[in-house]
Design a protein around this ligand. Sequence first.
Ligand SMILES: Nc1ncnc2c1ncn2[C@@H]1O[C@H](COP(=O)(O)OP(=O)(O)OP(=O)(O)O)[C@@H](O)[C@H]1O
Ligand SMILES: [Mg+2]
Length: 257
Amino acid sequence: MSDNGVPRESPVAVAADSGGTSAPVAQFQSVQRIYRMGDQEVRALDGVDLTFRAGEYWSIVGPSGSGKSTLLNVLGCLDRPSEGTYFLGGEDTGELNDDALSELRSRRLGFIFQSYNLIPQLNVLDNIMVPLLYQSHPPADGEERARELASRVGLGDRLDHRPRELSGGQMQRVAIARSLVNDPDLVLADEATGNLDSQTSMEILDLFDELHSEGKTIVFVTHEASVSERAQRVLVMGDGRVCEVRETARLAQELAT
Ligand SMILES: Nc1ncnc2c1ncn2[C@@H]1O[C@H](COP(=O)(O)OP(=O)(O)OP(=O)(O)O)[C@@H](O)[C@H]1O
Ligand SMILES: [Mg+2]
């Protein structure tokens, strides 16, 4: 019930798809993620349809508990749908066992977490190379690539540092370099700037912009309205559903130039 006694309708689910012509990178069909706790059921995702296409730049917003992280975790193959289908690069992830899914994830996805998730015992260079450990055929030039990425994110002179010897912004840069070492099709970030000051956040978002201009597909979760406008499209979550999809001024600008 809403405050004035009128029954509140649950949000009408919409499909998130730009309708563009580039190939779908990630596609959800009626995806649900249901947590069962005793006889209670939480519908963290309640019938999500979406298509993210090559080169698109999306942000995801919505109230706390609306399912943003759950959505990103399923997209990142860190979790699986309870119902519905997830196609990643044309492959039905529901058909894959856990090993095959890890391999697919290590080839196609880069994931950036709010809390960085670096391995404390490893230095910067080795942390960046971690995703390559999950590949059955890691590239021969993996270390060279990791060094290049470290330089690119401004940490070329910190390769031997352990995470505890870095600032928060530097740790997040390591995490970004790590997310790119496998040259992923899709880069996912969950509140990547949530723990950083505004100057450092802007630098991280500038890096996302650069990746976008290089053609990467990027999806990030944020609770800050101003940050969400950096993307081309904003997907608004509510109660486990997509309730709105909006194009940003940035997209209009890109289309005009
Ligand atoms: N492991 C879990 N077990 C049970 N319920 C869960 C679990 N993880 C999430 N949930 C529930 O699923 C719903 C969606 O959670 P989710 O973490 O996706 O929200 P969110 O939009 O990312 O929120 P926030 O902005 O606070 O990070 C919430 O109601 C949450 O309590
Ligand atoms: Mg979250």
